[in-house]
Write a protein that binds this ligand. Structure first.
Ligand SMILES: [Zn+2]
Length: 267
C-alpha cells in the first residue's frame, strides 16, 4: 500500500522498483538508498533542510544513545495510541534515529518518514527497508488525506493544517518539544545571561490537547566531540559567536540536563 501522492497533480502514486508514477505519468525516482524524491525542482536555495555536516553531527550524537530515554518513552506512548494495523507519519524525521527505534518497537505498524533534506533521507532509508521514505516538505506533505492514525513531529516544524489533513478522524498528533531546562548547562557555558526555553501554551487551533509526558535526566558526555555534536544540533550553533563557542570548548560541562515534553493531541 502506498500513501504517497504525486506532487504535480495530486493523484495517487504507484511504486515500482526504481521509483513511483501517477496515472498522468508524472514519474519520480527512487534513490539508491530507497527514498522517493518528491521535492519540487524549483525549491528555493536555503530551503533544503539540514546540511550534511549538521546531519552527521546529529547522527553521531544520537547513535551514542544519550537520548534513548526519550525514544523509549516515545515508543511506549505511540504503542498505547496505535493498534496492529496503524499508520504513523514521522514528519521531519531527520536522519531517522527515532523513526528506526519506533519501527523496531511497533513491528506491524506502517511508518511513513518525511524530511526535506535528501542527505537525511538517505540515512533514514538505509536504516530500514520497512520504513516508507520520501524527501518532501512537511508544509506540503505528498500524502493522502486522512491516512495516519498518528502523526509524529520530533523537534520539527509545525504545520497544523497539513497535519490535520493527513491524520484520520479521531487520530493523534504527537509533538515532541524541548522543555524549560533542556541543555541548561550547555547554555550556561556559552552565555553570560542564559535564558530558559520558552514553553508555549499547549492550545492548538486544529487539535485538542489530550495529555503530556515529561522525559528528563542528566547526561554525561563521553568526550568533547559529543558536546560539539550536541551543540551543532541546537539553534544556538548559528547564533553563537566564535568567542562564545570557544568558551564552551575550553571548559565543556561534565553534565548536561536533557528535558523534553511529549505532547499528545487529538484531531
Ligand atoms: Zn501526477
Amino acid at each position: 500500500m502506498t500513501y504517497f501522492l504525486c506532487p504535480v497533480c495530486g493523484e495517487k502514486l504507484t511504486e515500482y522498483e526504481k521509483g513511483a508514477v501517477c496515472v498522468n505519468r508524472h514519474s519520480f525516482d527512487k534513490a539508491k538508498s530507497g527514498y522517493i524524491n518528491l521535492l519540487p525542482n524549483n525549491l528555493p536555495a536555503g530551503n533544503h533542510g539540514d546540511n550534511k555536516l549538521m546531519i552527521k553531527a546529529r547522527h553521531d550524537f544520537l547513535e551514542k544513545g544519550y537520548y534513548l530515554p526519550l525514544r523509549e518513552k516515545l515508543c511506549d506512548v505511540l504503542g498505547e495510541l496505535t493498534g496492529k494495523t496503524s499508520v504513523i507519519i514521522d514528519a521531519g524525521c531527520g536522519e531517522g534515529w527515532y523513526t528506526k527505534g519506533i519501527s523496531d518497537f511497533l513491528e506491524n505498524t506502517e511508518i511513513l518518514a518525511v524530511d526535506i533534506s535528501k542527505d537525511a533521507m538517505k540515512i533514514t532509508a538505509k536504516r530500514d527497508k520497512k520504513i516508507k521514505c520520501t524527501a518532501a516538505s512537511v508544509f506540503h506533505l505528498p500524502i493522502e488525506n486522512e491516512c495516519a492514525d498518528v502523526l509524529l513531529s520530533v523537534f520539527s516544524p509545525l504545520c497544523e493544517s497539513e497535519f490535520e489533513r493527513v491524520i484520520k478522524k479521531d487520530g493523534y498528533f504527537v509533538y515532541v518539544i524541548p522543555a524549560e531546562n533542556h541543555l541548561w548547562e550547555l547554555k550556561k557555558a556559552i552565555y553570560d545571561n542564559p535564558y530558559k526555553n520558552e514553553v508555549k501554551p499547549y492550545e492548538m487551533e486544529k487539535f485538542s490537547f489530550v495529555e503530556k509526558f515529561s522525559v528528563h535526566g542528566v547526561m554525561k558526555p563521553e568526550n568533547e566531540e559529543d558536546v560539539k555534536n550536541l551543540f551543532m544540533m541546537t539553534p544556538y550553533y548559528y547564533k553563537t559567536s566564535q568567542k562564545d563557542t570557544e568558551k564552551l570548548f575550553s571548559s565543556p560541562p561534565e553534565e548536561i540536563t536533557y528535558s523534553f515534553e511529549i505532547l499528545v493531541f487529538r484531531k
